[in-house]
Design a protein around this ligand. Structure first.
Ligand SMILES: CC(C)(COP(=O)(O)OP(=O)(O)OC[C@H]1O[C@@H](n2cnc3c(N)ncnc32)[C@H](O)[C@@H]1OP(=O)(O)O)[C@@H](O)C(=O)NCCC(=O)NCCS
Length: 266
């Protein structure tokens, strides 16, 4: 069954707030652009794409829920410049465990009645970062939450500068602020500027476990003996035991409250 949203265009950034000529579409609206998201140069470390749960379920988002996936399109340059993914989730009994947990609950079931929309990822092409495009993605995801009849968009946020401080607990890092009171981390800051509140850290949002040679190829490092290693792009160290490396990524739950969309029919 397709997840239906109504009247998305009313809640997407208005043309005056849009970074012209970049526009936002759902994958359902523009499957031709959705098929081109592979052209985006992302800045994730390679290993984050190899979690067992992610490998099993990630591809289903675009196929089963195209109305809840977004693509950013630069008409002038004929370029797909970003994308954002969302998934309905349930928080009444407590926040989900993170990315893996939400994917498993939705796709492996039993599927509980969703009561919130969760962001799963937001990506801006590395060549277009720093232009404020991520705000369009966040506003678009908030719009999807509203048109789906949810009161909030929650997000397990991956703070972009945490990789510079892999030994500092995320519980502390997430609360670092600048002199102006805004979060130290640039990506947490974008959320905060839009009015999102910081909730708690989800300590095990996404897990990647693999043999030493896979880690060596992903990171271009050697891991001669078991132990903890700081790796490029890792928010926390990778732990090797018996020649297998495990990375358990923590994220920060943030909540964007969204105005209820009028004329909901759910
Ligand atoms: C996180 C991400 C989506 C932000 O997108 P963006 O469009 O570049 O964000 P913005 O342009 O709104 O910039 C946000 C802040 O980061 C800073 N910034 C972003 N890219 C930058 C760059 N390449 N150089 C310098 N500063 C940069 C901006 O100056 C801004 O800081 P400010 O609050 O001081 O103004 C993007 O960096 C990205 O795709 N990262 C890789 C994927 C990822 O980690 N996604 C988030 C996890 S879900």
């Amino acid at each position: 069954m397709l997840w239906r949203t109504r009247g998305l265009s009313r809640l997407l950034p208005s043309p005056s707030r849009r970074v012209a000529p970049v526009q936002l579409f759902t994958y359902a609206e523009r499957p031709d652009l959705a098929a081109r998201t592979g052209e985006i140069e992302d800045s994730f470390p390679e290993f984050v794409g190899y979690g067992d749960v992610l490998l099993r379920h990630w591809g289903k988002l675009r196929i089963e829920l195209p109305e809840l996936q977004l693509v950013l399109w630069d008409d002038e340059r004929d370029a797909v410049v970003g994308h954002a993914r969302t998934l309905p989730a349930r928080e009444a009994e407590g926040l989900p465990g993170g990315i893996d947990d939400m994917l498993e609950r939705w796709f492996d079931g039993p599927r509980a009645e969703p009561d919130v929309l969760s962001a799963m990822v937001a990506v801006v092409d590395r060549r277009r970062q720093g232009e404020g495009l991520s705000t369009l993605l966040l506003e678009g995801m908030r719009g999807l939450a509203a048109t789906s009849g949810f009161g909030s968009l929650i997000a397990p946020v991956r703070p972009t500068w945490k990789e510079r401080y892999p030994l500092i607990p995320l519980e502390r890092y997430a609360h670092w602020t600048r002199d102006d009171g805004l979060p130290f981390d640039p990506w947490l800051r974008v959320h905060a500027r839009l009015g999102a509140e910081l909730l708690v850290v989800c300590p095990a949002s996404m897990r990647v476990e693999a043999a030493r040679d896979a880690w060596e190829s992903w990171t271009e490092m050697s891991f001669p003996e078991d132990g903890e290693y700081v790796v490029p792009g890792g928010l926390v160290p990778v732990r090797f035991v018996g020649g297998r490396g495990t990375y358990v990524e923590p994220n920060v739950w943030m909540r964007h409250r969204v105005p209820a969309a009028a004329e909901q029919s759910y």
